[in-house]
Design a protein around this ligand. Structure first.
Ligand SMILES: Cc1cc2nc3c(=O)[nH]c(=O)nc-3n(C[C@H](O)[C@H](O)[C@H](O)COP(=O)(O)O)c2cc1C
Length: 198
């Protein structure tokens, strides 16, 4: 079983802990058979979303292509005022139906576990008919990493391993069933509204 996983780093901070954790998790998913890509919003230069503005900027088209490509997503963000970063919210604002029938996992860099942050990510994803893993992984940068970015908390790697494994397995299951439902043109399914006759 395999899945294409797009990791999104939502921090604008060089040396970001949340983006580092996303990258580590993608590496594990890759060893388990996933195809992975990382979209680092710090360097991508994604402009502020403008409704009804045609995608004239290359990066907007490239990000849209990566979102279409993905079966599952791993969103990483710092905890900013108990919520996600502006960069992450801006990324989400670009997309809607492309998230439907796809699974999302979450990583948050926080000093307070980031529970409200991940709840707000789940709310945004649910609004787009995406599915969320019922847990997320929070990292406390200064306690979990040393100054070189190496992991010093032995409990972090098992959590990221679990997240990678679950995102791959459940991501493939959910996406696979969603595509089967569309192709079977079943009217009585959640996927029907996205199918050719929806
Ligand atoms: C504008 C701003 C708001 C923040 N708000 C919170 C907060 O509400 N709770 C918290 O635990 N940390 C907060 N922090 C700290 C960051 O979440 C923390 O430094 C995190 O490790 C940054 O993640 P990053 O390394 O991925 O950029 C805030 C930091 C900034 C710059």
């Amino acid at each position: 079983m395999t899945a294409k996983i797009l990791g999104v780093g939502g921090s604008m901070r060089e040396g970001s802990y949340s983006t580092r954790a996303v990258s580590m998790c993608l590496d594990v998913a890759g060893t388990l058979g996933a195809e992975t890509r990382l979209l680092d919003l710090r360097t991508a230069g994604l402009p502020m979303y403008q409704p009804r503005e045609p995608a004239t900027v290359d990066i907007v088209r490239e990000v849209a292509e990566a979102v279409q490509w993905a079966d599952a997503f791993l969103l990483g963000t710092p905890d900013y005022h108990g919520s996600m970063s502006g960069g992450m919210k801006n990324f989400l604002d670009y997309h809607w139906e492309e998230f439907a029938g796809k699974l999302f996992g979450y990583v948050c860099a926080s000093h307070e576990k980031g529970l409200t942050v991940m709840d707000q990510l789940r709310t945004a994803v649910r609004q787009c008919y995406g599915w969320s893993l019922p847990y997320g992984v929070s990292v406390h940068g200064e306690q979990d990493f040393d100054l070189t970015g190496a992991v010093i908390n032995p409990r972090l790697s098992p959590r990221l391993n679990m997240l990678a494994r679950d995102l791959l397995i459940y991501g493939a299951l959910i996406r696979g069933q969603f595509v089967r439902d569309i192709n079977d043109r079943e009217r009585d399914t959640f996927a029907a509204r996205y199918g050719p006759q929806a």
